[in-house]
Design a protein. Structure first.
Length: 180
């Protein structure tokens, strides 16, 4: 970002992954706005990060929140189906975000996906991620798709829980056939 009026958007800057992306952008001297499902939460970045709601039902406000952004760093997803938060809904919401970014004139989307996403997967998590990637590719926007196998850092839940089990139990079972 060279133009002082430009800014980047991070979906979920107060979440696990979004927090680290935001820190790097701020360290590089960038302006950051976050789109969050929890705009009432304390801003861990103080006045350095602007906050806007991530409201997929209000497309006009979503477009306005994205207008003027150079890059959208998208970490939005759901970890598992729970109540109204489902993979089907996350795919639909991601498509709304992509189209809103296009309408707002965003130049690029950097999308956080997962290793081995596939529309044809029998696992909804992986097929959903594949559907979102296809929507992004088909959007006509400039994009980058990141496909980490796992993200580990301070306060990580998954790897720390696995490490705790490995330290405390003589056997560690891995369920399933091992085939994805």
């Amino acid at each position: 970002m060279n133009d002082a009026s430009q800014f980047d958007v991070v979906t979920g800057a107060f979440s696990y992954t979004g927090k680290y992306v935001t820190r790097l952008l701020l360290k590089a001297g960038g302006r950051v706005r976050t789109l969050t499902n929890h705009p009432e939460r304390a801003n861990i970045f103080g006045g350095q990060v602007e906050i806007a709601p991530l409201d997929f039902a209000d497309r006009a406000s979503l477009v306005e929140s994205l207008r003027g952004a150079s890059v959208v760093y998208n970490s939005y997803w759901v970890r598992f189906n729970h109540g109204r938060a489902t993979f089907v809904e996350a795919v639909a919401n991601s498509r709304v975000l992509i189209q809103a970014a296009k309408e707002a004139g965003v130049r690029r989307i950097v999308h956080l996906s997962i290793a081995n996403p596939s529309i044809d997967s029998h696992l909804p998590y992986y097929s959903g991620k594949g559907q979102v990637e296809k929507s992004l590719i088909d959007s006509g926007l400039s994009y980058a798709i990141l496909r980490p196998t796992v993200i580990f850092g301070a306060k990580d839940i998954l790897i720390n829980n696995i490490a705790w089990f490995a330290r405390h139990f003589p056997v560690f079972a891995i369920p399933g056939s091992g085939v994805i």
